[in-house]
Write a new protein. Sequence first.
Length: 572
Amino acid sequence: MPSPRHPARPLVLLIALAVSLLAPCLAVLPASAAADVLLSQGRPVTASSSEGVAFPASAAVDGNPGTRWSSAFSDPQWLQVDLGATATISQVSLKWEAAHGRAFQIQTSSNGTTWTTIHSTTTGTGGDQTLTVSGSGRYVRVYGTQRATAYGYSLWEFQVYGTTGSTDPGNPGELRLLSYGRPGAASTSQHDGNCWECTPARAFDRDPASRWATSPTGGWVDPAWISVDLGATAQIKRVVLQWDPAYARAFQIQVSPDNATWTPIYSTTTGTGFKQTLTVDGTGRYVRMYGTQRATPYGYSLWEFQVWGTGGAPITPPPLPADPANPPSLVWSDEFNGASGTRPDAAKWTQDPGTGPNNELEYYKPENTAMDGNGNLVITAREETTAGSSCPGGPCRYTSGRINTGGKFTFTYGRVEARVKVPKGNGLWPAFWMMGADFLTGRPWPYNGEIDILEVLGKDVKTSYSTVHAPAYNGGGGIGSPYTLPNGADFSDDFHVWAANWDSKGIVYTLDGRTVYTISKEQVEATRGPWVFDHPFYIILNLAVGGDWPGPPDASTGFPKQMLVDYVRVYR
């Protein structure tokens, strides 16, 4: 399996940064909607018609004020958005083009078929309209019955604000996440070089890369517990536990009205660890996990402790990212059509100079990355007597190139692909991969997450690897798979298209259009640990020389060597 692409760091620093530097991304709302969130942006959308391919329905919910949906020139017409879960709707914002609705309704639906009107007018003014409304539903639509012009209906933006009844797209009922951001308490908490600030709050932050753990001071002991104050009496229907390897073999879920008298609503002596979703039925303001038998010599540790139900005093978490459109559309690309010798577009790419991690032997220099004038980016690895820095064993003997889109382009979910020709030779390590964008703001690897799309070792160019890395599975323990070309072909002989199709359910890797490996989020959570890939990532291209995994080059490698990239494209 691949080695981690980043050097080991002091664990105290790793975890301290991991649990403190990832801040929730909050939607920017109008002042009147400050208590609610924008629910519609990027969600699946449909319409009665479209004037043409340049004016799709998706343009009305893409957050771009320069793109718009436009309908056919007839009445009635409609545009509807699927919020992904039942929501309480408080405000709708319509940003009309000149072709606006004179008479229209705002409607909601639980099933996309039966509609309830929550706003109606026959004197629509066009322009920017902010409507205060009251209703609920999974689907929201604007239904136009009279056009104000001879043209159709056209919206630059259709924005729906409110609160979701569920932040879990798979939630089948009207349950809410009651524990997010609520105060927690525990029998003990760990805070040392192995688990920095592993406090109760980390189990209730909906951050899969931070956790609570019991303290080893005095020895890990039974019993131990963690509890949450829901703020008011609640009806508890479901509890989700995402365990660290230090899990409970025997434990109870208990509820209490006063944080003193506890009633069990779930009990087991055969806890399985990893992710456990428990159907329960109880009433109380406080909920706790009460562990009576550890499954390991260590203590108890939870990445996530979620309580679902009704009542309480829930805090609405930031909305989950929307899945890509179906079919997705191109949102970013670089075709590398510059003149020979020109550097990559500085508006899209950042040069990443310096030495490589993983005991690599190269020094990255901007001049080693340039266009060839034939529509390709070329990353060149060279052997040099003075590379200008220190590598394992002394001065770096090799130079190469690495570029990334960090700070210039990041995205969550979509299809990302590159057409690449890799070099052959001992010690070479070409890669096309992604890092969680919070790495750039201080969150250390692997807490930010890493998605490797293409890794090939120059000593075995018949095999490629695709892998993911996270706190619970990284380095040689990353989740991935090797795969080969049909008929024993060689990856260095020609260009090939590597792609990752990434959404809320997982990642499907393809090579030249055929699926080579699928990673299921649900399966990973149930068998390996937390899934940390539901947030923005940025793209990286590099050609490493040497390192723990590929080993060093030798006399047969034959420098210079080149990695050629025809294009990189992202679809959403």
